[in-house]
Design a protein around this ligand. Structure first.
Ligand code: NAD
Ligand code: WQD
Length: 337
């Protein structure tokens, strides 16, 4: 049975569906701090059955231990975390407690059980402003610019150190680039609470009329059109990568029992290119204006995907237009029914 923490969240819910489709039994744990129980209905429709769900805050050590006592857990995919970069600057302790406290509790539960396979949601944020592009896994980790980013760096270190001394714990950290899009059915997708901080949900909410206009943060970067470049990856490609990584863990034989992989498409797109993609797939113009740069934004980040291609046998399949079209379908279904 695969334990999916944060399984009602954005990436977790899509991965749960992918796991179910591939025949895995899943138990979802979520405290609903950034998700809604109704997501379980969408998951049920797509899986054909309702996966086991436990509402639990992973900061509660006893609750986590009890999970490992009550279920035969053979793998853990750990999505649960707080993820708002800006908020983390104002509430560092909340982020360290949630993102690192929950991780330590899980690893202690696994240790007590005698080990298991573990997948960790990491982020391209660990690379900061990389010296070379595309970014390989060998690129140095840069000093974190936010407590959120630091929880991903330290989280990776905690897992690596624990794997060294517990031979029955095998782990993979997946460094996602910019996840976007939704399940092609439009039954599950991204549900940001309040004003979206990320580009694509802001675009689709502007397109549907919920926001007046998108602010493009700076057009004076040293890129072709002056806007920042990112590697936008379809959430369905990400979901599939987690299932592949679970298989990899069954064969993983490297000395450290720990590996890191980039998950991106390998292609960089500028903010203006993403807007053009939206206009193409939706057939409508988008209201936007250019404003000042957002502090902390890096100019360019896109993945070298060779390691994931070679070792996991995984490659992203969806184009930017397909990902944006799925995000738009989700926005319309979610808002208009
Ligand atoms: P999300 O907020 O949609 O999902 C996280 C889920 O975890 C939510 O449902 C939330 O209720 C739950 N949760 C949070 N703290 C919990 C706790 N203490 N106990 C139990 N449940 C808890 O986020 P997401 O976009 O699906 O991100 C999933 C993971 O991927 C996170 O670790 C995030 O940091 C990482 N990540 C996300 C992105 C991105 O842009 N979305 C990029 C890189 C990495
Ligand atoms: C993308 C581009 C913005 C909003 C964040 C986290 C990172 C990772 C992924 C978790 C940038 C521009 C955005 C808007 C804009 N998350 N933009 N107007 O910043 O690359 O990465 O999510 O690990 O840690 O920092 O993603 O979607 O916020 O921005 O112009 O209203 O869109 O400047 O160039 P980002 P994003």
């Amino acid at each position: 049975m695969i334990l999916v923490t944060g399984g009602l969240g954005y990436i977790g819910s899509h991965t749960v569906v992918e796991l179910c489709v591939k025949g895995h039994q899943v138990i979802i744990v979520d405290d609903l701090s950034n998700s809604q129980l109704s997501v379980l209905d969408g998951i049920e429709e797509l899986c054909g059955h309702r996966p086991i769900f436990e509402r639990l805050d992973l900061r509660h050590k006893n609750g986590v231990e009890s999970l490992f006592e009550r279920y035969d857990i053979t793998g853990v995919i750990h999505f649960a975390a707080s993820k708002a970069v800006g908020e983390s600057v104002h509430r560092p302790l909340q982020y360290y407690e949630n993102n690192l406290g929950a991780l330590v509790n899980l690893l202690q539960g696994i240790k007590k059980k005698g080990g298991t396979n573990f997948i960790f949601s990491s982020s391209c944020t660990v690379y900061g402003e990389a010296d070379e592009l595309p970014i390989t896994e060998a690129a140095p980790v840069k000093p974190a610019t936010s407590p959120y980013g630091n929880t991903k760096q330290v989280g990776e270190e905690i897992i690596r150190d624990t794997c060294k001394v517990h031979p029955k714990l095998k782990a993979i950290a997946l460094r996602y680039f910019n996840p976007i899009g939704a399940h092609p059915s439009g039954k599950i997708g991204e549900l940001p609470l309040g004003v979206p901080q990320n580009l694509v949900p802001y675009i689709t909410q502007t397109g549907i009329g919920l926001r007046k206009e998108l602010s493009v943060f700076g057009n004076d970067y040293p890129t072709e059109d002056g806007t920042c470049i990112r590697d936008y990856i379809h959430v369905m490609d990400l979901a599939r990568a987690h299932v592949v990584a679970l298989h990899r863990l069954k064969e993983q034989r490297n000395e450290d029992n720990y590996e890191v992989f980039n998950l991106g498409t390998g292609n960089g797109s500028s903010v203006l290119e993403v807007i053009q993609s939206f206009e193409r797939v939706s057939g409508q113009p988008l209201n936007y204006k250019i404003v000042d740069r957002r502090p902390g934004d890096v100019t360019e980040a896109y993945a070298d995907t060779e390691k994931a291609n070679k070792i996991l046998g995984w490659t992203a399949r969806f184009t930017l237009d397909e990902a944006i079209a799925s995000a738009w379908l989700w926005e319309k279904k979610n808002r208009l029914g």
